[in-house]
Design a protein around this ligand. Sequence first.
Ligand SMILES: Nc1ncnc2c1ncn2[C@@H]1O[C@H](COP(=O)(O)OP(=O)(O)OP(=O)(O)O)[C@@H](O)[C@H]1O
Ligand SMILES: [Mg+2]
Length: 256
Amino acid sequence: MPKIVAISNQKGGVAKTTSCISIAAALAEDGRQVLMLDLDPQANLTTACGFDPDELDWTIADLLIPEGSEEIPSITEIIQHSVMEGLDILPADMRLAALERRMYDQAGYENRLEELAESLSGYEVILIDCPPSMGALTLMGLSAAQMAVVPVQCEYFASRGLMQLLEIVNVVKDQTNPELRFYLFASMYDQRNLVSRQVLESLQEHFSENMFDTIIRIDTRIRESAMVGEPIHMYAPKTRAADEYRALAQEIITIL
Ligand SMILES: Nc1ncnc2c1ncn2[C@@H]1O[C@H](COP(=O)(O)OP(=O)(O)OP(=O)(O)O)[C@@H](O)[C@H]1O
Ligand SMILES: [Mg+2]
């Protein structure tokens, strides 16, 4: 069975998708077989890998809503290879949004991803890009994962959102996934900003046991790489951002 990491934070725009693709690429660069799973109806991860969600024959939505599709594809038919060797993606499209609304009525929906993952023995690691909400899709992602990895932007309101997230993690631990562990890291960090420095310090103090040492700083090359549809380790492998994500991936894999 592959190890599963869910990149999650209900706050929007904190670098979940960027971190998913960059951590995955760093692991693949290191010779591992890695699958990224797009669990966001926005399908930003799918797009960042260079795919147009509307042009794909199948996406993860077809696995999760089998009724409605005439023919149910196998998971291997849906998986796409990325531009990097060893790095694959299970793409998403906007139908996931409608699916999420119907999921609450389905008993045991939280376990659907874990069941799917059991058929993916060829991968060492699966990284799930969760949407910016705490709905059924995120609960499904957290229920399947061994580890929730939470990017935090060091801003004034960061800790309030984190408390809500930790409550959800505790609910998932109680109800579906007692093994779930969570770790934070600082994303899009701006060291010139005093508030950022103070927030980082307070996070490191409060979450000392649950915080990765690596800090991901702001780097415009990361934005460019998403626009060309390539991971930073392909687009600009010698940049600071690529190195920082290598260090973070190493920290994650060491304790996964
Ligand atoms: N280290 C970084 N330096 C500069 N820009 C970054 C960095 N990390 C992410 N970004 C940019 O910040 C924006 C938000 O990132 P991203 O889409 O990964 O966030 P997200 O948490 O997945 O958003 P959403 O909640 O909408 O899914 C993107 O434009 C991305 O390119
Ligand atoms: Mg995203």
